[in-house]
Design a binder for this molecule. Structure first.
Ligand code: KG4
Ligand code: ZN
Length: 333
């Protein structure tokens, strides 16, 4: 089945062409990072305007690069949530219009399932599995019985982990997006500052806002007292505290649920220290980490998740009332 998939939930305009979401014929990702860097973060209104400006061009490039004809396409898969409402609407409208014009069915895809099943593009999942989903908007631990049965074990009670990286980078004057910059900086430093590792009473849940405040307070106090500030050591110490929390919750879930597979997914799964740590700590189970191109937002992962959702009940949303939603709704799946 040839699938055209579309992802516009945040600030990447992406269209992919694949066979069953496995064989990726093209995966065009147009990032708006350069534009949003000027503001220190994603500006929703600007993001949706730029999706509108570039979405057609990205469709054309994806189809041309895949060397297929429009008439070859059997299914359109599009992210319809969660994400920025204005951004989602551009992708969904484009997908529906393209489907209507070319008589191709359209299916809405949950962005978080896209991230989780990005691991399934190049690998098989042996169920049951646990997924640690770490992105700019989410920090979730999810138990997967099979492709279609999920239980959310834990979520963040405040900031998401990617958001925390971005905010801490801002505090340290490192620019946007903070994740990759802190990743790089941390390699040059040593973890010699004792930042707290938040303890949450609810099992499997996460919290990052206290850690963010601790970095801010230490930084401000160091400036006030003219303390010598080593940004790399700050980055390394902050990251150490983040990784400790991610590891301890994930270990608990893997052991308690006796899973065969652990899936690391989402933009933060591109983090080199996190990838290394998980490879060392989970060498005894099937650990799936998507390759870099499938970690941050991309349409290839939406193609794979869309194909799996389509297989489930062969139903699409072709009545053209595909609904968009801004918050996570795992419970509805
Ligand atoms: O999955 P994603 O592209 O978008 C959302 O769905 O949110 O994730 C973006 C997040 C950003 O917060 C970014 O700073 C973070 O992923 N990120 C990283 C790295 N690369 C991207 N965080 C830590 N280390 C990285 N190497
Ligand atoms: Zn994402």
């Amino acid at each position: 089945m040839i699938i055209l998939s579309v992802e516009t939930s945040c600030d990447e305009t992406s269209v992919a062409i694949s066979i069953d979401g496995k064989q990726i014929l093209s995966n065009i990702v147009l990032s708006q990072i350069d534009i949003h860097t000027l503001y220190g973060g994603v500006v929703p209104e600007i993001a949706s305007r730029n999706h509108t400006k570039f979405v057609l061009e990205v469709f054309i490039r994806a189809i041309n690069e895949a060397k297929i004809k429009i008439s070859d396409i059997n299914l359109i898969a599009v992210t319809n949530g969660p994400g920025l409402m204005g951004s989602l609407l551009v992708g969904v409208s484009a997908a529906l219009a393209f489907g209507l014009a070319n008589n191709i069915k359209v299916i809405g895809v949950n962005h978080l399932l896209g991230h989780i099943f990005s691991s399934n593009i190049d690998n098989d999942i042996v169920f049951p599995a646990v997924s640690l989903l770490v992105s700019g908007g989410h920090t979730d631990l999810i138990y997967l019985e099979d492709y279609y049965t999920y239980k959310v074990l834990g979520v963040t009670l405040d900031d998401a982990v990617g958001e925390t990286y971005d905010k801490v980078a801002r505090i340290l004057g490192l620019g946007y997006p903070g994740g990759p910059i802190i990743d790089k900086e941390a390699k040059k430093g040593v973890s010699n500052i004792k930042f707290p590792v938040p303890k949450v009473d609810l099992p499997y849940h996460f919290s990052f806002s206290g850690l963010k405040s601790a970095v801010l307070n230490k930084y401000n106090s160091d400036i006030k007292t003219n303390e010598k500030i080593n940004i790399s050591d700050y980055a390394s110490s902050f990251q150490d505290s983040v990784l400790k929390q991610l590891l301890s919750n994930t270990k608990k879930a893997v052991n308690e649920y006796k899973v065969n597979t652990l899936i690391l997914a989402g933009g933060v799964s591109a983090n080199s220290a996190l990838r290394e740590l998980f490879k060392n700590e989970f060498s005894n189970i099937n650990l799936l980490i998507p390759k870099f191109a499938y970690c941050t937002d991309n349409a290839a992962m939406i193609g794979r998740a869309g194909y799996l959702m389509y297989l489930k009940n062969k139903k699409t949303n072709d009545e053209y009332i595909l609904k968009t939603y801004s918050t996570a709704r795992f419970s509805d799946l």
